[in-house]
Structures are given as structure tokens and as C-alpha cells.
Design a binder for this molecule. Structure first.
Ligand code: PLP
Length: 385
């Protein structure tokens, strides 16, 4: 059959053909001089993307690897960290911290809500032993955006490190690492970087680097001290994911050509258009403070989310994500990340409307689509000028 899949999952995301093709060449050797030239271009462009003057390191792992690297490099056994836990990825910070023998203290946030910066501040006031705050910029499981800028200010004031999982946020909305004073920022390739899975990224502020030198947790592959030594010699400590780096070079060139401001404006536009459409259809946007990387939609009580996502996939080739953990079956998640043009989300919304109707829950589809189209048509004049 002439089946075409339209990927709207929050990782993996659609990848531009020229980015894929860039990696489809005979594998270059990673210790040759030409490869050093590639590395220095990539590293410079990553600094642009992270908005930092600090080195950005990468590993051959999924995003979780860089989260693990953050924990293993910054801390010593028994140290206390404050984990913002309002979704599946907040839980993961806690699991990694526990796995490494830290003492995570949890700030539990109701799923769908953003953490209150004030609450973080009062926790830090009450417990001076807390060394760091671990948080997501976008909690991809709920679609929430946490207030990173405010948290950064509080953490600097308290001399506590701020460790941000920006796996679904980097390049989607402004997260100027140096300007805001974010200590550690983590990213992954198959989310906002619009690449296939297999690369993770981490940058560490100067202030946090002194902790990397002193930390006593065990580490080997993820040891940033080894990577830094190699970095200074324009190489990597171990064999990097060579083909993916060729694709990364192409992806970062696209980012540079487009410019961060334009990228941010694109995501703001498409995510707002989607939220307007969802509400006009008579559905509910799940997160209270929604992020721009994806839209999480609450399903009517009676709808079986698993059945719905299967229907959209099998009937229309539209692949959306269901809920994770306690949101299983209760929400659908449509991503705006990756190689997508502005009107593609209309396809996802159309499939959602048709699917819900077929399952006996008709929505006001025409109103929804009209809202999205009007908004994109109007604002697009400026954003895509
Ligand atoms: C996807 C995701 C992760 C996990 O990344 P993997 O690449 O699957 O290891 C962690 N945090 C956030 C916010 C994510 O969106």
C-alpha cells in the first residue's frame, strides 16, 4: 500500500532529508584531521544553540545518558538534591539520583502544573544542605513548561546549582544558558534537535565545573574531565557516533541559517495555533502552563486513548503519542518539534477530529481547523517573512 507515516510523537521526530543524507556517506575515521574540522564546526554551532561560551560535550547515548552524566559528574555520595517531580521525566531525575546514591528530596508537583519558583525558594531556605535543583525545562510527559529563568535566579542567589533537562526545549524557546545562569543543560538528538536518536549533549557552567573536579561519584564513559582533555585537542575521548555527527553538522547549519529567533517564533506560532484549535474543538489543553514543543490534549473521560492513537495510525498514518505513567490512555501528545512546516499540524488535528468522531465523540472540527488556519495565516506573514 502507499502508506505514508506522519510522525507527531515527541521523540523521535521527523528529520529533514538533507540531514539524513548527510550521514549516508562512507564512514570517515574520527582521528583524521578532517574530522577535527568537523568537530570544531559542530562545537561552535552547539555553543550558538546553547547560547553559551562554555564547551558543549556529546555522548553516543540517548538523552538519558546526558542526564546520568550530569549526576555522575557533579556530586558525591550522600549529597542532597532537590528534584522537581511533576511528570515522568522529573521522576527519572529522582531515579538516577537514587541510583547513584544521592539523597534526592522531592518537590512533588501535580501533573499538568508547573512548579512554583517560590516553593523551590522556600525549600532551599529550609534546607541549606541541598546542593542542586534538578528540573525539566519542558516536562514532555505533561506538556508543562517550568519557570527556568526564575529558578536560575533563585539558585544563583542561594549558591545552589541548577541542572536543567532541556531535551525537548533547547532551540524551541529561549534558554540562554550563560545569561540566565543555568549551570547544567542537557539535550538529546531525537527531540528538539530534529535528528535521529543516538546523541546526547551536556554543557556545564564555570561555577559547576569546579564541582566536576571535586565530585567523587564513580564515572568512566561519562567522565567530563576526560572529554574536556580530548576537546582541547580537537578530538573526543572515545569513538563518537560518526555518522550522526555528520547529520548533526547539517542540522546545526540549518539552525544557524534559520536563526534562533526565527525558530523560537515558529514554535510559538504553531503551538499557539494548535492550542486555539484544540479549545475551539471543545477539547482541553492538559497543562496549565503549556510549552511550545508539543501540545498535550486531555481526552474525554469515555475515550480509550490507546484505541484512538491506534485508529489515527492505522487509518490516517498519523502517529501521535499517548500518555505515559498515570496519564496512560487519558491524553494524546502531538509534537511540534522536528522537520515540520507550519500547516502540518493541521493534518494531525484533522486526524484527531475524525478519529474522535468515529469513536462516537464528535468535536467541533471545522471551528478548530478554522482557528488554526486563521492564526497561522495571520501571524505567519510576520514569522515566515
Ligand atoms: C525524551 C526525554 C527524555 C529521555 O530522553 P531519551 O532520549 O529517551 O533517553 C528526558 N527528558 C525529557 C524532558 C524528554 O523529553
Amino acid at each position: 500500500m502507499f502508506r505514508k507515516w506522519h510522525l507527531f510523537t515527541p521523540g523521535p521526530v521527523p528529520v529533514a532529508p538533507q540531514v539524513l543524507l548527510a550521514g549516508a556517506v562512507p564512514t570517515p575515521h574520527h582521528r583524521l584531521p578532517e574530522f577535527s574540522a568537523l568537530l570544531s564546526e559542530i562545537r561552535r554551532d552547539l555553543q550558538y544553540l546553547f547560547q553559551t561560551r562554555r564547551p558543549v560535550f556529546f555522548f553516543a547515548s540517548s538523552g538519558t545518558g546526558a542526564m546520568e552524566a550530569a549526576v555522575a559528574n557533579l556530586f558525591s555520595p550522600g549529597e542532597k538534591v532537590l528534584v522537581v517531580r511533576g511528570g515522568k521525566f522529573g521522576e527519572r531525575w529522582g531515579e538516577i539520583a537514587e541510583g547513584y546514591g544521592l539523597l534526592p528530596v522531592y518537590l512533588d508537583v501535580e501533573w499538568g502544573k508547573a512548579v512554583q519558583a517560590e516553593e523551590v525558594k522556600s525549600r532551599l531556605d529550609r534546607d541549606p544542605e541541598i546542593r542542586a535543583v534538578l528540573v525539566q525545562a519542558h516536562e514532555t510527559s505533561t506538556g508543562v513548561k517550568h519557570p527556568v529563568e526564575e529558578l536560575a535566579a533563585i539558585c544563583r542567589d542561594k549558591n545552589v546549582l541548577l541542572v536543567v533537562d532541556a531535551i525537548s526545549a533547547l532551540g524551541v524557546y529561549p534558554l540562554p544558558m550563560d545569561e540566565w545562569g543555568i549551570d547544567v543543560m542537557v539535550a538529546g538528538s531525537q527531540k528538539s534537535l530534529a535528528l535521529p536518536p543516538g546523541l546526547s549533549f551536556i554543557a556545564v557552567s564555570e561555577r559547576a565545573w569546579s564541582r566536576v573536579e571535586k565530585a567523587t561519584l564513580p564515572r568512566y564513559y561519562f567522565d567530563l574531565r576526560r572529554e574536556w582533555k580530548a576537546y582541547q585537542k580537537e578530538t573526543t575521548a572515545y569513538t563518537p557516533a560518526v555518522s550522526l555527527l555528520l547529520s548533526l553538522q547539517a542540522a546545526l547549519r540549518l539552525v544557524r541559517e534559520t536563526g534562533l529567533e526565527k525558530l523560537f517564533a515558529h514554535y510559538a506560532l504553531v503551538s499557539e495555533a494548535t492550542r486555539r484549535a484544540v479549545r475551539a474543538m471543545g477539547l482541553e489543553v492538559f497543562p496549565e502552563v503549556p510549552c511550545e514543543a508539543l501540545t498535550v490534549i486531555r481526552l474525554p473521560e469515555e475515550v480509550d486513548g490507546g484505541k484512538l492513537t491506534r485508529l489515527l495510525r492505522e487509518r490516517y498514518g498519523v502517529v501521535v503519542a499517548g500518555g505515559q505513567g498515570k496519564l496512560r490512555g487519558r491524553v494524546v501528545r502531538i509534537t511540534h518539534m522536528g522537520h515540520q512546516s507550519p500547516l502540518e499540524v493541521v493534518l494531525a488535528l484533522s486526524a484527531l477530529g475524525l478519529g474522535l468522531s468515529e469513536m462516537g465523540f464528535p468535536v467541533k472540527m471545522e471551528e478548530g481547523l478554522a482557528q488554526a488556519l486563521a492564526f497561522i495565516g495571520e501571524r505567519g506573514k510576520e514569522v515566515y517573512a
